[in-house]
Design a protein around this ligand. Structure first.
Ligand SMILES: [Zn+2]
Length: 208
């Protein structure tokens, strides 16, 4: 099985979208040459993996299954979130307190939080994050699975930064709907395609 991070290819033939890891010589549906009949709009495109390495993504909100990898993710088990530093660490909060990981977040969904040209914020980021993570409210005994959890930590940090920038805070509902759900939906779609391609070499969808 190819690695989940590799992405898949898509081409169109005889009215279908065909996903694969290698473009075949012949169309798996009609048996005609897959190559010769290519029109520009049918030419292969690469579907990149939605996963990023949380230790490489700087100043981001990062999300992964609490246990295991997305490859085994069934779509409904718990997710865990954190905030990445500029130096490869992911800060996150759970029932045993604050953690600063340099391993374990290699396969994440990531929401960048700092525009690339904001050098001032980028340079201060690790200080802010370190300071925020040291607050008493992130002691393990304050943890509550319902309303004082990994998501509380990440969102309150995001809002602390927004306050410094004189921007209004974001609600959990807004942040989730605007930034998280579009990405997790993309993960679900990608995982469906990826599993089919891994098992059957092709995933074939009728075009509407
Ligand atoms: Zn065909």
């Amino acid at each position: 099985m190819q690695p989940l991070e590799k992405g898949v290819l898509k081409f169109s033939h005889c009215g279908r979208d065909i996903y694969c890891s290698l473009i075949p010589e012949l169309c798996p549906v009609c048996g005609q040459s897959a190559v010769n009949s290519w029109k520009l709009e049918d030419a292969p495109v690469s579907i990149p993996s939605p996963f990023l390495n949380g230790h490489w993504e700087k100043c981001s909100f990062v999300l992964k299954p609490t246990a295991g990898l997305f490859g085994e993710y069934d779509g409904c088990s718990d997710l865990h979130v954190g905030i990445s530093s500029t130096s490869g660490f992911v800060f996150h909060y759970n029932e045993t307190g604050i953690h600063r990981d340099d391993l374990g977040w290699e396969q994440c969904v990531s929401v960048p939080l700092v525009p690339p040209d904001n050098y001032v914020l980028f340079n201060q980021w690790d200080c802010y994050l370190q300071e925020f993570a040291s607050l008493d409210k992130w002691l393990s005994l304050r943890y509550n699975e319902e309303d004082h959890n990994c998501y509380t930590f990440a969102l309150q940090f995001i809002n602390t930064i927004r306050t410094l920038q004189e921007k209004p805070p974001l609600t959990k509902k807004y942040f989730t709907e605007r930034f998280v759900l579009p990405r997790t939906r993309r993960v679900s779609k990608y995982m469906t395609i990826f599993r089919e391609v891994s098992q059957n070499d092709f995933y074939i969808v009728e075009k509407h």
